[in-house]
Design a protein around this ligand. Structure first.
Ligand code: NIG
Ligand code: FE
Length: 412
C-alpha cells in the first residue's frame, strides 16, 4: 500500500536519521521543504522532497495537500490519562480560594483519584481512558507516555498498567508505560512511609517487571511527597528491574531532585516550574531531557518553566501535556505548543521542535518518531489550508488539523 502526498505547502521537521534531539541554539531551527511531496509505503515514510524533483511513480492513493502544511504528529512524553472519574469539585474549590496544596492536605488531590480508581473495575477504567486516548489522537498526538500512579496499591497500580498495555494493543498509537507507584503516600501508610516504599520496591516492582508492564520508573520528588533520598532509593530499585527513570521534579520547590535524577541518568526530568541556576547548570551536557508542561502551569496558575534561560544555557526542552485529572485535565498538544510560545516565549520553531523530536527523545522513541525521516513511522498531521506554520501557536484554540495519519492510515 503506497500513499503519495503532493503539493504540500510546507513540510516541517525534515531530519537525518542521526538527529535524536535538538539543544540550545539548534532549537531555533526547524528544517522544512516548501512545495513538497511525501511518499508512504506501508506504515513508513519512504521518500520526500521538493515537488520539482517528484519522481514518476505509481501510488495506490494520492492526497493533494495544496495550501496545507504537513508535520510529524505530536510526541506527548508525559501523561497520566488512565484514571477514574474526575476532580471537577477540586477545580471549583480552587476557584473559591483553596490551594492545590490545601486540597491535597485534606485528603483530596492524588489520594482522591486513588480512591476512585481502586473502587472502579478494570473494564470501567479502560472505557474511560480510551475516550481520552481517542480524543488526543484526533488532536494530532501520535506517540505518548502514560504513567500509573493513581492506584497506590499493588492491585491498583497493576490495573492501570494492564489498561495501558491494552490501549497500546488496541490503538495504532505508540505508547510507553511508566510506573509511578511513588506518586503520593497513601493514607494507610501516612505514619509508615518506609512501609509504602518497601511495598513499591519489594512487591510492586518485581510483579511489574515479571509481567513486562512498564518501560520507565517515575517518582514525584517534591516537598510533601517523596524526598530526594527516597527518590534515589526508588530510582535505584527501578533500574535494577530494567526501568530507566523519568522523574517529576521542581514543580513547586527546588530540593535537589534534578541533580538526583541526573545522577541516575534519568531519561527526562519533568515539570521544572521552579528552577534555580544550579539546576540549569546541572543539566548541561547530560543525556537527560528537560520537559516543560505549560498546560499544568496554566491550569494551576503556577510559574512557567523558564524556557528562555534554559535554551540560552544550551539545554534542549521537550513539551508535553501532563494530562491528568488534578493539575491538567487536557491532552491538547496544540494548546501546549501555543502556550509555550505565548507564555514561555518560545518561538514557533522551538516549540515545534520541543513537541516533536525532543518529545520523542523523552520517551526513547527518536528512532521511529518525531521527524520527517525516511524509515520513520508515517505519523503525520495534515493541517487545514493556512498561511504559514505560525498559525499553529498564533490561532490558539482553533482546530487547524485537517487529517491525522498514524502508521500510514488516515485516522480522522
Ligand atoms: O504531574 N505532580 C504530580 N502529579 C501530577 C498531578 C497529580 C494530580 O493532581 O492528580 C502532575 O501534575
Ligand atoms: Fe505529571
Amino acid at each position: 500500500m503506497t500513499t503519495l502526498i503532493t503539493n504540500i505547502k510546507e513540510l516541517l521537521q525534515v531530519r537525518e536519521t542521526s538527529v535524536s534531539k535538538v539543544s540550545g541554539a539548534e532549537m531555533a531551527i526547524l528544517p522544512t521543504i516548501k512545495n513538497a511531496y511525501l511518499l508512504i509505503k506501508g506504515n513508513l515514510i519512504a521518500d520526500f522532497g521538493s515537488m520539482e524533483n517528484l519522481p514518476i511513480l505509481k501510488a495506490d492513493t494520492i492526497i493533494d495537500a495544496t495550501g496545507k502544511i504537513v508535520l510529524p504528529t505530536w510526541c506527548d512524553s508525559h501523561t497520566h490519562i488512565v484514571y477514574a472519574g474526575n476532580r471537577e469539585q477540586e477545580f471549583v474549590d480552587r476557584i473559591n480560594g483553596l490551594t492545590y496544596e490545601e486540597i491535597a492536605n485534606r485528603g483530596g488531590g492524588i489520594l482522591n483519584s486513588a480512591k476512585k480508581l481502586n473502587e472502579s473495575s478494570e473494564e470501567e477504567i479502560y472505557l474511560q481512558s480510551k475516550e481520552r486516548l481517542e480524543d488526543v489522537i484526533r488532536l494530532g498526538t501520535g506517540a505518548l507516555e502514560i504513567k500509573s500512579g493513581y492506584g497506590l496499591s499493588l492491585n491498583g497500580e497493576l490495573k492501570i498498567l494492564r489498561v495501558i498495555k491494552q490501549l497500546s494493543k488496541q490503538y495504532p498509537i505508540t505508547i510507553k508505560a511508566t510506573f509511578l507507584g511513588a506518586h503520593a503516600i497513601p493514607l494507610e501508610y501516612k505514619e509508615n512511609r518506609k512501609g509504602y516504599i518497601d511495598l513499591i520496591i519489594d512487591e510492586m516492582l518485581p510483579e511489574i517487571a515479571k509481567n513486562q508492564l512498564a518501560d520507565y520508573i517515575d517518582v514525584f520528588c517534591e516537598t510533601g511527597y517523596f524526598t530526594v533520598a527516597e527518590t534515589e532509593q526508588i530510582m535505584e530499585a527501578g533500574i535494577r528491574f530494567g526501568l530507566k527513570p523519568k522523574i517529576h521534579v521542581n514543580q513547586f520547590n527546588s530540593i535537589g531532585g534534578v541533580q538526583a535524577a541526573i545522577k541516575y541518568n534519568a531519561l527526562s526530568v519533568d515539570h521544572l516550574e521552579v528552577m534555580k541556576t544550579e539546576d540549569i547548570i546541572a543539566l548541561k551536557n547530560t543525556d537527560t531531557m528537560p520537559v516543560a508542561l505549560p498546560s499544568c502551569s496554566y491550569f494551576l496558575s503556577i510559574p512557567y518553566t523558564p524556557a528562555r534561560e534554559m535554551i540560552a544555557a544550551g539545554l534542549p526542552i521537550a513539551l508535553a501535556t501532563d494530562y491528568n485529572p488534578g493539575s491538567t485535565p487536557s491532552g491538547n498538544m496544540n494548546f501546549v505548543v501555543a502556550t509555550a510560545c505565548i507564555k514561555m516565549k518560545m518561538t514557533p520553531e522551538e516549540a515545534i521542535n520541543a513537541a516533536t523530536i525532543n518529545g520523542a527523545y523523552a520517551m526513547g522513541l527518536s528512532d521511529t518518531h518525531g521527524s520527517i525521516t525516511i524509515g520513520k513511522k508515517a505519523n503525520l498531521i495534515i493541517t487545514k489550508s493556512i498561511p504559514s506554520y505560525y498559525q499553529l501557536p498564533y490561532a490558539f484554540g482553533s482546530n487547524l488539523i485537517d487529517t491525522v495519519m498514524l502508521e500510514g492510515q488516515n485516522i480522522t
